[in-house]
Design a protein around this ligand. Structure first.
Ligand code: GLA
Length: 736
């Protein structure tokens, strides 16, 4: 529901010393307590008005110390629900901030000094963040805290959107003292919640096995989810959710925490001795040490804090809209993404212009829209041991240059896409021969290879400029419509030759800032190029990268059955318009599993659709199926990419998987349902839909059957039982 522009979203009650951030959907309340400490009171469904009766209880608890200079034994930070904690202040839980001062002390006491409430949302210097289209969309509360002794100031930023259950939070530290300090930890967000039984959802995985839904009880102690790999990682995504034990896809409370960042991260969930829960989210403090000189500042990345009382689908709905509408940017933000064919699984690096041309011609015949040339077109790259860093075309494969081939693709009425891996260097490269110092490497120590490649110190300006200039020379000389920006290893040998000894702890974060700078430049200079993120599949699938690149390769695993879980998990936190999914050969190259072209198509059509196989090798019958898939996808594409996505059946919980897409006006629904293994005596199960108009009637356009929206959602319908493994069905329902 739209509110009026003038409605205040943030109140400060002077008498109670209470802040209340609210819109029609949520309330977030905290107070300034004795000693100037901020205490969290509530986050959840909207309350009209906070009357000041709810106070965090106090009590004399043994071994919980009290405020310096006071004799009140009942008041301790050790069990106060705090808004933002630090180390050494008597709160023995995990701190949000750890600051090392000139005398070596790591203790700080941050207390309230001032606050401002303003409309709009400030930009975060050098970092991706959710944005506004106009200033009236949100209001921002900035609370300034100060440590009296060191004169370090923290500005806690809270932006509440008017029409979304979302609060964007970040922290800016400013050193107002006269001596240099070191930030050892600065979380973007702390959320302390009262004692309650909760569960935490995370998205762990591995290369070719990303973002599986993991749900576990929050138990006593600290549980942390993190990456120390220099990037978001396949191994642990930087999204977590906290829910009630009975929350399911459609009902129950859930809080989401999305870190808008692409480097080392940590999400800590602590249940304290009295059952209260603390969440901390931000840059991973391990191997992090940032020097802040007098008068300088440090800005943390942003966390998008979301709330739903409609279960996980409710949360995903908020996140999908938010990431699509207020994080993704540029010309392709709402564009229908082209159906592509990528030559990677078709040829790997064994190709040349002549070998590729028939693939292009076939793609055109089958109705595809873009041809993507993957790894192996540059330097002298015939395998993955050379040429990273040399972004000039490989003459042997393209004797007349890349432009002639790009023109050929364009004359076939296809767009032309190209693969890059800009952050990497091979020892066997011109770049290494000229600039051996450009890679991350500890002086005197041999660096560790991974896939025979090394990482560029992209935090350094000279390195960035070199890569930027090479890429732009190519883009200026050859018409390119899409870039797949890959990153095929994680960071080791953390040492930047551009930094003095005392700043080496900044290398990881400077890498990410450098990457963002390079991406900001290239995406601004080439606004007509669609960028797709990739890191060995979905190794850097996060809200930070989405700000520069509206879609990402979801996984190097193209097996349809494995993809069901990967896409199901990914969809918890990320919109379908960001999830690239391709049909590849069967048996699958990663798992050896055999699946039908129909099932492979159905899974891939549930994302940003494409093919990744040798189209010329398809039989006539298969080509007919592909043509049908392509034309079907063109029809359903707006609903798939920009409609409402709803998860129905979780493939990790049984023998079925199902999800659906509903047009924004509820006039059309597309449902995909999958059965995993064949059963001799299958259940007669009904599939129940969601998100339809209960008052209207819908027709299954294949069978002609008519159902009420309420019938489809409440009574459901029986699916026909297909023989064999890994079957799929698609239903298209249209308003009558
Ligand atoms: C990564 C990507 C693949 C492919 C290869 C090329 O693994 O995820 O899709 O581009 O690199 O080397």
């Amino acid at each position: 529901m739209n509110s009026t522009v003038t409605e205040q979203l943030i109140d400060f009650n002077e008498k109670q010393r209470v802040f209340h951030l609210h819109n029609n959907l949520i309330s977030y309340i905290f107070s300034i307590e004795k000693g100037g400490f901020l205490s969290h009171l509530y986050f959840g469904k909207r309350v009209r008005n906070y009357h000041g009766q709810l106070k965090n209880p106090q009590r004399d608890r043994g071994f919980s110390d009290n405020l310096p200079g006071t004799q009140d034994r009942t008041y301790s930070l050790d069990f106060l629900l705090q808004e933002y904690s630090s180390q050494g202040d008597g709160d023995f839980r995990k701190p949000a901030a750890v600051i090392r001062q000139a005398n070596g002390s790591q203790s700080t006491f941050f207390v309230y000094r001032a606050h401002t409430i303003s409309s709009g949302k400030p930009k975060l210097e050098g970092l991706p963040a959710a944005y506004l289209l106009d200033g009236s969309e949100a209001q921002t509360l900035t609370v300034t805290l100060e440590d009296e002794l060191s004169h370090v100031e923290l500005e806690l930023m809270y932006t509440i959107y008017r029409d979304r259950p979302v609060i964007a939070r970040s922290v800016k530290l400013t050193n107002k003292g006269t001596t240099t300090i070191n930030v050892e930890k600065l979380a973007s967000l702390q959320l302390d919640l009262p004692a309650d039984r909760k569960q935490v959802i995370s998205l762990p995985g591995a290369h070719m096995n990303e973002r599986h839904l993991e749900r576990e009880n929050v138990n006593f102690g600290v549980k942390s989810f993190s990456s120390r790999r220099g990037t978001t990682s396949h191994q642990m995504n930087n999204f977590i959710a906290l829910c009630d034990p009975n929350t399911d896809e459609f009902t129950g409370d859930v809080y989401g925490f999305s870190l808008v960042y692409s480097g080392n991260h940590k999400e800590e969930v602590e249940k304290d001795p009295y059952g209260a829960i603390r969440i901390l989210v931000g840059i991973n403090d391990e191997q992090f040490d940032w020097q802040v000189k007098s008068k300088q500042s440090f800005q943390t990345p942003e966390v998008l804090l979301t709330y739903s009382d409609n279960g996980f689908n409710g949360l995903s709905h908020t996140l999908h809209k938010l990431l699509r509408e207020r994080v993704a940017r540029g010309k392709f933000q709402y564009a229908l993404r082209p159906i592509l064919v990528n030559n990677w699984e078709a040829t790997f690096m064994d190709f040349n212009e002549d070998k590729l041309k028939p693939l292009v011609a076939e793609a055109k015949q089958l109705g595809l829209e873009m041809f993507v040339l993957d790894d192996g077109w540059f330097g002298h790259r015939d395998d993955d041991r050379s040429s990273l860093g040399d972004w000039q075309v490989f003459q042997k494969k393209f004797p007349a240059g890349l432009k002639r081939f790009a023109d050929y693709v364009h004359t076939n009425h296809l767009k032309f896409g190209l693969w890059f891996e800009p952050e990497m260097i091979s020892i066997d490269s011109e770049l290494y021969r000229q600039h051996p110092d450009y890679m991350l490497q500890v002086p005197g120590r041999q660096p560790s290879p991974s896939r025979d490649q090394y990482v560029l110190d992209i935090g350094r300006e000279a390195v960035r400029e070199n890569i930027h200039d090479q890429i732009s020379q190519l883009l200026d000389s050859c018409p390119i419509d899409y870039i797949k920006w890959d990153m095929n290893r994680h960071l080791t040998d953390i040492y930047s030759k551009a930094l003095p000894a005392e700043r080496q702890g900044e290398t990881f974060h400077r890498y990410v800032l450098g990457l963002y700078k390079l991406l900001e430049e290239l995406t601004t200079e080439y606004p007509n190029i669609l960028f797709e993120g990739c890191s060995g599949g979905g190794g850097r699938f996060d809200a930070g990268l989405l700000y520069y690149m509206p879609q990402s390769w979801t996984s190097d695993n193209t097996d349809a059955v494995a993809r069901m879980q990967i896409q199901y998990g990914t969809s918890l936190a990320y919109p379908v318009s960001s999830m690239a999914a391709h049909v590849s050969v069967s048996p699958n190259q990663q798992t050896g599993r055999t699946t039908s072209l129909q099932t492979r198509g159905a899974v891939a059509m549930s994302g940003v659709f494409g093919y990744e196989l040798d189209l010329t090798q398809l039989t006539v019958a298969e080509k007919t199926v592909v043509k049908k898939q392509v034309s079907l996808y063109k029809k359903i594409r707006p609903i798939i990419q920009y409609g409402t996505f709803i998860r129905l059946l979780d493939p990790s919980k049984g023998n079925h998987c199902a999800w659906m897409f509903v047009a924004t006006d509820k006039s059309v629904a597309v449902v995909f349902s999958f059965k995993l293994l064949a059963e001799a005596q299958p259940d007669f199960k009904r599939l129940k839909l969601a998100g339809l108009d209960p008052q209207k009637d819908y027709q299954n356009t294949t069978s002609g059957e008519i159902f009420g929206g309420d019938e489809l959602m409440n009574t459901g319908f029986y699916e026909s039982i297909q023989p064999g493994d890994f079957n799929s069905q698609m239903y298209y329902f249209k308003l009558v």
